[in-house]
Design a protein around this ligand. Structure first.
Ligand code: ZN
Length: 128
């Protein structure tokens, strides 16, 4: 679906993916707890194994569009050196993870061949 006044795809919410490694695991775990306790986000499990397009350990936070302005500036200032991908949830996963992606820190080479040009199942969208 397209927003007819601007020509932009409609955004159904956002994901923030916080990447970590064994050295930064505890910083990521703390960030996850702080996010869950203080912001209107749904946090996923700390996933040590690669999942989907994410080639390294990460956890995801799912949030609605109106939470962007509180969540993203906080992450900018509190990411503790962790690399974070923030991507919109449109009807095109490939664009979301490439041309629409916002990176805090250093971008990670995503496995784009795991993505399809379609939207997301309900489990990956913000809860109503
Ligand atoms: Zn995502």
């Amino acid at each position: 679906m397209t927003n007819t006044s601007t020509g932009s795809p409609e955004i159904h919410g956002y994901h923030a993916h916080v990447y970590y490694n064994p050295e930064t695991f505890s910083a990521a775990a703390k960030l996850r707890e702080t996010l869950a306790a203080n912001f209107p986000v749904q946090v996923g499990r700390l996933s040590d194994a690669p999942v989907g397009p994410h080639p390294v350990s990460q956890f995801a936070a799912i949030f609605k569009t109106d939470a962007f302005q509180t969540v993203v500036p906080w992450l900018m200032l509190n990411r503790e050196g962790l690399d974070i991908l923030i991507h919109p949830l449109t009807e095109d996963m490939v664009d979301d993870h490439t041309v629409y992606a916002l990176w805090l820190g250093s971008p990670i080479n995503l496995k784009l061949d795991t993505l399809q040009r379609r939207g997301y199942g309900t489990a990956l969208l913000p809860a109503a």
